[in-house]
Design a protein around this ligand. Sequence first.
Ligand SMILES: Cc1cc2nc3c(=O)[nH]c(=O)nc-3n(C[C@H](O)[C@H](O)[C@H](O)COP(=O)(O)OP(=O)(O)OC[C@H]3O[C@@H](n4cnc5c(N)ncnc54)[C@H](O)[C@@H]3O)c2cc1C
Length: 405
Amino acid sequence: MPMEIDLGPQAAAFRDELRQWLEANAPAELKGEDARTQMMLGGPAIKEWTQKLHDAGYLCVSWPTEFGGRGLGGIEVAVLNEEFARAGVPRVTRGMGESLVGPSIIVHGTDEQKAHFLPRIIDGTDQYCQGFSEPDAGSDLAGLKTRGVVDGDEVIITGQKVWTSGAQRANMMFCLCRTDPDAPKHRGISYVLTPMKLDDGSSNGFELRPIRQITGASGFTETFITEARAPLFNVIGGLHNGWRVTMTTLGNERGGSATTQHVQYQNQFWRVVEEARRLGKDTDPLVRQRLAWAFSHVEIMRYNGLKTLSEVVARKEPGPQSSLNKMFWSEYARDLGEWEMNLRGAHAMIRPDGEGYRLDRWQSDFLGSRSGVIWGGTAQVQRNIAGERVLGLPKEPGHDEEAGK
Ligand SMILES: Cc1cc2nc3c(=O)[nH]c(=O)nc-3n(C[C@H](O)[C@H](O)[C@H](O)COP(=O)(O)OP(=O)(O)OC[C@H]3O[C@@H](n4cnc5c(N)ncnc54)[C@H](O)[C@@H]3O)c2cc1C
């Protein structure tokens, strides 16, 4: 395993405290499981573990303490991720609520909005999905057409979203809608926290049609919204001013997982090394060269993650450099996924169960990794952002605002 980085005495003390807590509390039945799969399955063990983490204050850890978080800085978050990985248990989070919506409310919300929405994310009352993309608005997100009409103290939303990850599990959508159709396209958008259900449990105008993915799973939906009502109180950053909030959310989407990213790929790397050994290919110089390539990429991810976190601590939100991370890990994952399949040879193409569409872990890695270069902004769009906002190159013709998704 790679060397543990010496992050100073404070981080070492935090590491000791955490290690002891994990030794006493980590559930044996969840060891070796990854959080994402377990959260998807939603079994009793993961629910119990989530509650334990909540009670001990290990959810929303990077939020300031005044908003119910733990106020951890970048280095401590990195330590936390490393210790969970070391203990082999899922580092459960409150998903998009924790990583995208909460940080955007903290930056742009009023005191009343913070007091209302943030505790509901921490205690799991509200689970969010992201209502940004539409059939004709992905990379060009500001071209979105979903309408928001103000009616008294409510906004009434009608339109179509697509690729809405986790919509089936969510009760709230952070939804972008056009509330001023006459304003220039980046200026007339509002960012509305929209309830997906009414108090009696019926739908608040949402129809979800699951989309089947190449992996066989249906992690997202086409989402049709017909006159969904949200209180004006739920508009973050002010009416028509949603683009600024969107930029914060997208900055977090690109850079927010910076310190967790390498942990996942580190585990994957050691699985590949094991597999190369099992297949007797670990002495092949070409395989060894590729493994060295992979190892150095994962290490670069780790250091880039720490760099992004220092940026977040200094600026309160990730800057445009987070686009470099997004580009780096997503293209690496796609290339490694392909190489894994080559390493394993022809039998990698066979489904383990024959019938149905269940994939083994390698096949899931390979197929799943294709999407990383698309969601949260494609690799090409990340290059535009890096070109314009990191390198200061001229803007794309016809784009006078920040690049979209
Ligand atoms: C697994 C997954 C989960 C997702 N989850 C969500 C979600 O929860 N909520 C949500 O709102 N969206 C979600 N998305 C949608 C995602 O954000 C969009 O797919 C993405 O922004 C690209 O938009 P698009 O699909 O419309 O492609 P397009 O924007 O049509 O792009 C098509 C191609 O053109 C290229 N391109 C477009 N514009 C430019 C440009 N200016 N310069 C250079 N190249 C360009 C793109 O790179 C791409 O190769 C998800 C997508 C995936 C794959």
